[in-house]
Write a new protein. Structure first.
Length: 364
């Protein structure tokens, strides 16, 4: 069986280094907001070319704290793409604001900038864009609209660490970005972790306080804050893994290239926006016979997944919001036809060629 995701080839290579970093924290007797978090924040900010990085507990909290940091809450609306992981919407709900879904582009699967303006009301405060599957959004067009209406732009950069848009890293293309280091992400911790990247000093100071009980000086609290700190052990692990991120992303690019060049059936392949360099968090194809194709691949020893099978507007959690299905025909169709193929660093390239051959023999 070709597994959908196998972290062993990545982890075997760095096991000694990781265990050493854990031991270092163990021996330090300092387990919360210590040297490892501080150093990782410096190193990741440098990697993204942003002035600040603030480590937090996870990706959902990162987005939530950015919204809090910008005083976005009750009565406010935040625009998000209809096709994303539920966390993007939950961050808005956590802050007390209302997520407003905007349909995605049929080719990129990311938010369709040409539909954003129609969704803006006098309550709109921000747009959260998601670089889904590691594919950068059309940032120039999105930032232009935001500027016109004086809205904040926030990147959900959970799936695109290291991706480039016009030569610049995702996470540095907006007012602030929320990043997840969930283990399966391109840069993943060995547990929950996340961070915020930004060039906005006022926001950076505020979220640094909000993540730690709303306090910047111990026992003095400026805000009713939260407890969402990047764990010291996870920060040490992330410092080791960050050194390998570019190599691992290159592996993903090499695999994507094999898929792109060798799948020749009636499958819709991913579309890459001009002047971007995606990092292929997922390699997502589309087929009108998706369920049959998935079953057929399974019978041929190939594990696949669907990211994501149920769009937000069909989720029970958001049933109180009256969405019109006809507004999200593209998202609905995407959810019914997408299939994610195995893609991870050091997967046997012969396995990828085998997967292509099997797909090409699928009978329509
Ligand atoms: C993983 C993910 C998140 C949430 O990250 P957690 O660390 O699990 O909270 C948010 N948005 C997207 C698009 C994600 O893929």
């Amino acid at each position: 069986m070709i597994k959908f995701l196998d972290m062993n080839p990545m982890h075997d290579k760095i096991k000694k280094e990781i265990l050493k970093s854990i031991e270092k924290v163990y021996d330090s007797n300092w387990y919360i907001l210590g040297e490892e978090v501080e150093k990782f924040e410096e190193e990741f900010a440098k990697y993204c070319s942003t002035k600040y990085c603030i480590g937090v507990g996870n990706g959902l909290d990162a987005l939530h704290l950015i919204l809090r940091g910008y005083n976005i809450g009750k009565g406010d609306e935040v625009i998000i793409p209809a096709n994303t992981y539920i966390a993007t919407a939950l961050a808005v709900s956590y802050a007390g604001a209302t997520p407003i879904l905007v349909e995605v582009n049929e080719k990129t699967y990311n938010i369709d900038y040409s539909l954003i303006e129609k969704a803006i009301t006098n309550k709109t405060k921000a747009i959260i864009v998601v670089h889904l599957y590691g594919q950068p959004c059309d940032m120039d067009n999105i930032n232009k609209i935001a500027k016109k209406y004086n809205l904040k732009v926030i990147e959900d950069n959970a799936q695109a660490q290291g991706a480039l848009y016009k030569g610049k890293k995702t996470g540095s293309l907006s007012d602030a970005a929320g990043i997840s280091f969930y283990p399966g992400k391109n840069l993943g911790a060995l547990g929950d972790a996340g961070c915020i990247t930004t060039n906005d000093k006022i926001l950076a100071d505020k979220v640094r306080s909000l993540r730690n009980y709303g306090s910047s000086k111990k026992y003095y609290n400026d805000y009713k804050g939260f407890n969402s700190r990047l764990d010291e052990i996870q920060a040490g692990i992330l410092r080791v893994k960050l050194k390998y991120l570019d190599e691992w992303n290159q592996e993903r690019k090499d695999i994507a290239k094999i898929y792109m060049e060798n799948i020749d059936s009636e499958i819709i392949l991913p579309y890459v926006l001009e002047d971007t360099s995606p990092v292929w968090h997922q390699f997502v194809i589309r087929s009108q016979k998706r369920d049959e194709l998935q079953e057929y691949l399974k019978q041929n020893g190939i594990d696949t997944m669907i990211h994501y099978p149920v769009p937000i507007f069909k989720q029970k959690a958001y049933s109180e919001m009256k969405f019109l299905e006809k507004d999200f025909n593209i998202t609905s169709d995407i959810c019914d036809t997408i299939l994610s193929l195995p893609i991870y660093p050091y997967i046997d390239k012969e396995d990828i060629k085998y997967i292509c051959n099997v797909i090409n023999k699928f009978k329509y």
